[in-house]
Design a protein. Structure first.
Length: 267
């Protein structure tokens, strides 16, 4: 199959979890997606992900994990990290390079703190160690939209807050179409994940992270703010920080050097 893309499901005595795998590189890269996983998991998306991240497929074997399938109503980012650690151990993944984006970065923080042997190097992109005023206001807005079962509003609000005006102009028709056609059967999973972001607080624990760490943020991040990235970097010993000027929460899609920068750090 193209890029050796595989869709898979991990089944243990504790849980079931969907994940995808692609690439043929010697180095292992674990990617943890953001709260959008609560709307659409990675199930069946191995080939689209492989195409999107094809720049990584030569040097890395990439794993992308969703949250567990049987999501509890109250489920913390620390518990998500423990589940991910169990999945990694079940697949024999140790000393991996870990990239966490947005809520995925929150999970990655706990993974590196609670299960340090699993993490070789760590990239935390557009995330926070604890909710600030901006993030709390935005996420509570999404919670309200989910409670009203307004899937389209969640998508459009996320897009408008994530992208630069030029990029948003290109993406907005796609988000509008997806909002009209792609609604999941229930928003309960998204609601649980959004509420877990509001309860995330790893700030005091961040100095325990001992692996080399890179924090990536945007100066125009209207969801978590650039200050959130700076706060994380200041708490982790020896942490590197790069802020993309003029870009926001969607910088991992907009910035042309995002993947090369991540790959260089992991290499």
């Amino acid at each position: 199959m193209l890029f050796h893309a595989q869709n898979a499901r991990l089944c243990t005595d504790k849980m079931e979890m969907d994940y995808i795998r692609f690439g043929t590189g010697e180095k292992t890269l674990v990617m943890i997606p953001g709260v959008g996983d609560g709307l659409k998991t990675v199930r069946g998306k191995a080939l689209p992900f492989a195409l999107l991240y094809r720049a990584l497929t030569r040097d890395f074997t990439v794993y992308v994990f969703s949250r567990r399938n049987d999501l509890p109503t109250h489920y913390t980012t620390a518990e998500m990290a423990d589940d991910l650690a169990d999945a990694m151990r079940a697949l024999g993944l140790a000393n991996a390079n870990v990239l966490g984006v947005s809520q995925g970065g929150m999970i990655a923080q706990h993974l590196a703190i609670r299960h340090p042997a699993l993490v070789r190097r760590l990239v935390l992109a557009v995330t926070f160690a604890r909710p600030n005023e901006t993030a709390e206001r935005v996420i509570r807005g999404w919670v309200g939209m989910a409670q009203r079962d307004d899937y389209k509003a969640i998508l459009l609000d996320t897009a408008k807050r994530s992208y630069s005006p030029k990029y948003l102009k290109r993406q907005l028709p796609f988000y509008t179409l997806l909002g009209n056609l792609g609604k999941p059967k229930s928003l309960a999973r998204f609601l649980t994940q959004a509420e877990s972001c509001l309860g995330h607080d790893a700030y005091a624990l961040l100095p325990q992270i001992s692996c080399p760490t890179l924090v990536l943020g945007g100066t125009d991040d209207r969801i978590v703010t650039a200050a959130a990235s700076e706060e994380i970097a200041a708490q982790i010993p020896g942490c590197a920080l790069h802020l993309y000027d003029g870009l926001g929460h969607g910088l991992y899609e907009e910035a042309k050097d995002f993947l090369p920068r991540v790959a260089a750090f992991f290499s």
